[in-house]
Design a protein around this ligand. Structure first.
Ligand code: BES
Ligand code: ZN
Length: 584
């Protein structure tokens, strides 16, 4: 049984799914989806068909005539879930599974009205990357197999359902509404996505609108108003945009990521609403995935750097085109810093700091880090420098063109790159990035006059005059570069002058809280307590809980706060924090 993806029961000798037709009734009372899915195979087949499932209650499996098909649901494995094996009679092309999801489905978060901005209506959203689609739909949950789909979601009439797909129509037959969607471009299952809540749209441009709870809509629309310019710049760099629309969805605060590149409908954390567009690099990042990730897709979580490393590279190219090389260099320096922290974090597991990972028996959520992002970015920068920008740009275009709507492995990538940029992998010592731990010596480092100025002021309390042109990215770097020996009085002086504890910029605030908690600056603890109750983004929760947990004095506080707020966090975030709090 050749299993090519360590995170799927998919057997590559079995037939592949071509498309899905999914119908689900959203029941907020029981927190379940009552659903059925019809799978159409690429060709009429026979024999066993293995699907991935997690905590699904399978009611029936039938053929196109409604005749029951024999199936067996294996006991669950902790990471993979349960294999659903269906015996296909000869000549079968279509089958339907009737099932319901668990209230604990790992891809879903069900929010009570009090967890939303408006406070009046419940909210539901999905987050399927990396291997959670199987908790929503029984399917071949590997990015090697792309599917088209149609969907119909039955929801309370007062709510709106949005999907990362093309909208077809809304019907209101009775007390409920049915929203129909269609996804004509084939996608890997981890890009299946939807949300249900009190949502309203605002147009941003010919191909984009933003969705948000009405209370947040105006703020979201002004933060993201330049999205069309971004789209045009991205097209000029990477080729035509293939997904027709690029809409944005502002998520509730418990959304565990900064952004998720769901095709046609990027999901974004509300912590991006800083009021000054300073965090829109996350939008650039998710947009860039439209080429690197959504068109050209990693073959499994072991090749995740192909998605994220390329996308960070593309994100910074977009940023450079829109805001200039100085700002892009500041972001590269922030990335470098986060890479160093991540490598330090994995010092007991150095093999997880190579780009190409081996993840049999390992949950991708447990090893998520900045390494594939920033180490991948560094390697691509080194390659660009070695090849020269014009040649590297042509290579990027050809890469996208060659593998569009396909999945590839690191090994496929090496073979392609050897062909297209002969000698470059050797020149940058790609082996050290791909298969060895740590940061390769000779890795490129960003250079810019603003970075030099920051270096000069490192650890000081600068005058207002010296910082009057600083962007939030500079503040963040300044704070992250504060020597660990900086005395508490310096932090107090900085706070009095620059009001960090009151910052509206979530990135600056995080860097500040981490620096100030280290020296037990009391106002920072108070703000941290508040912040941990306001946000659910793992990028903020994990380092703050880690730092509190690592200090003898703060450890009880960490437990107390998690007791208090844990319920609000997304299941994936909760699992991550539980891991942190159970460390010795
Ligand atoms: N695809 C990721 C988010 C993700 C990765 C979800 C793995 C689940 C599993 C998304 O594109 C991402 O990288 N988001 C970053 C944005 C940042 C790098 C600009 C985030 O959430 O912080
Ligand atoms: Zn990404």
């Amino acid at each position: 049984m050749p299993r090519l993806d360590p995170h799927s029961y998919n057997d590559s000798t079995q037939p592949e799914t071509e498309s899905l037709d999914w119908r689900a009734r959203v029941d907020f009372r029981t927190r379940r989806l009552h659903a059925e899915v019809t799978l159409t195979l690429k060709e009429a087949s026979a024999g066993p068909l293995d699907l991935d499932t997690r905590e699904l209650d399978i009611r029936a499996v039938v053929d196109a005539q409604g005749k029951p098909l024999p199936f067996n649901l294996a006991p669950p494995e902790p990471i993979l879930g349960s294999r659903l094996r269906i015996e296909l009679p000869a000549g079968l092309r279509q089958l339907t599974v009737r099932y319901r999801t668990s209230p604990q489905a790992s891809a879903l978060q069900w929010l009570t009205p009090s967890q939303t901005a408006g406070g009046q209506h419940p909210f539901l959203f999905s987050q399927c990357q990396a291997i959670h689609a199987r908790s929503v739909i029984p399917l071949q949950d590997t990015p090697r197999i792309r599917i088209r789909y149609t969907a119909a979601l039955t929801i309370p009439k007062a709510l709106k359902a949005v999907m990362a797909a093309g909208f077809v129509k809304r019907e209101e037959p009775g007390v409920e509404a049915v929203e129909h969607y269609e996804m004509p471009q084939p996608i890997p299952p981890y890009l299946l996505a939807f949300a249900v809540g009190s949502l309203a749209p605002k147009e941003l441009g010919p191909r984009s609108r933003v969705w948000a709870e009405p209370e947040l809509l105006e703020d979201a629309a002004s933060e993201f108003e330049d999205v069309d310019a971004m789209l045009r710049v991205a097209e000029s760099l990477f080729g035509k945009y293939d997904w027709e629309r690029f809409d944005l969805l502002t998520m509730p605060p418990s959304f565990p990521y900064g952004g998720m590149e769901n095709p046609r409908l990027t999901f974004l954390t509300p912590t991006l609403l800083a009021g000054d567009k300073s965090l829109v690099n996350v939008v650039a990042h998710e947009l860039a995935h439209s080429w690197t990730g959504n068109l050209v897709t990693n073959a499994s979580a072991e090749h995740f750097w192909l998605n994220e490393g390329f996308t960070v590279f593309a994100e910074r190219r977009i940023l450079e085109a829109l805001e200039g090389p100085e700002l892009a260099a500041l972001h590269a320096a922030l990335g470098r810093r986060s890479l160093e922290t991540a490598i330090e974090h994995f010092r007991a597991h150095p093999q997880l700091t190579a780009l190409r990972t081996h993840l049999t028996g390992i949950d991708p959520d447990d090893v998520f880090s900045q390494i594939p992002y920033e180490k991948g970015y560094l390697m691509l920068c080194a390659m660009e420098a070695a090849a020269g920008r014009p040649a590297f740009d042509a290579y990027l275009r050809k890469y996208i063109d060659t593998f569009r709507f396909q999945a590839l492995t690191t090994e496929d990538w090496v073979a392609f790159t050897e062909r297209e940029l002969p000698g470059v992998l050797g020149k940058v010592n790609a082996e050290a990035y791909l298969n060895q731990p740590g940061i390769p010596s000779g890795a490129p480092s960003p250079r810019s006059s603003r970075l030099e100025e920051l270096q000069r002021l490192k650890g000081t309390v600068p005058s207002r005059e010296e910082v009057k042109e600083w962007t939030p990215a500079e503040w963040q770097l300044f704070l992250e570069w504060l020597p660990t020996s900086t005395p508490r009085d310096t932090l107090r002086a900085l706070d009095e002058r620059f009001q960090f504890t009151k910052s509206r910029n979530s990135e600056v605030l995080l860097s500040w809280l981490l620096a100030a908690l280290r020296v037990h600056y009391a106002p920072a603890l108070e703000r941290t307590e508040q912040f941990l109750g306001e946000v659910g983004r793992m990028k903020y929760l994990k380092p703050l809980y880690s730092l509190l947990h690592a200090s003898k004095e703060y450890r009880p506080k960490a437990r107390e706060l998690f007791q208090k707020y844990g319920e609000r966090y997304h299941p994936i975030a909760r699992q991550g924090i539980e891991g942190i709090l159970s460390r010795a």
